[in-house]
Design a protein around this ligand. Sequence first.
Ligand SMILES: [Mg+2]
Ligand SMILES: [Zn+2]
Length: 185
Amino acid sequence: MLIILDRDGVINQYDGNYICSADEWQPIPGSVEAVARLCNAGHRIAIATNQSGIARGYYDTDALDTMHEKLERLVEAEGGCIDFIAYCPHHPDDHCHCRKPLTGLLDQIRRHFHLDSLEGAIMVGDSRKDLEAAHSGKCQPILVRTGNGLDTERHLDARPIPGARVAIYNNLSEFTDALLSAEGW
Ligand SMILES: [Mg+2]
Ligand SMILES: [Zn+2]
C-alpha cells in the first residue's frame, strides 16, 4: 500500500514555528521507527509537505535538502526508506496548484509511482489542509494528534469535511500499530 505522510507535526515535532535547519528538525519519538516498520511490512512511503518558508525567505532549498537527508538517514538507520518527497515551496498568495489543501503534491506522487489513481492509498496529516487534500485526492485521510492535530480534531468536530471519514490516532506510531495489526487494510 502507498502511505503518504505530511512531514511537520507527523514525523517531526512542530509547534507552529517554521523548521529552518536540520538541527531544528527533530523527530517525534517513535515516528522514524514507525516509518521503518511500515516499509518493512512492504508499504511504500511518500511525503507531501507544504514548505512556504522557502517563499517567505526563512530557509532555502539547500537547507530543506539537508533536513530531508537527515530524515532519510534516520529512517535508513532503522532499516526503512522514503521513496519520494514532494514539497510545495510557494507562498499561499502565489496561488500555485501544489500547496495543500490542493492536490498538486499528491498528483506528483501519483505520477512518481505511475498510478492512475491514489484510490486505496492512505494519507496521514495533523492539519485540516492534509485531510482535505487527502479526501480530494481519493486517499483515506488519517489524522494524528501530534503537531496541530489536537486543534484540528477540535475544529473537525464542529466543521466536518463533507463526505470524508477521518480516522484518528494519537501519533504515527499508534497508526502504524493499528495498520500492521489490522486485517483487511
Ligand atoms: Mg503538518
Ligand atoms: Zn506550491
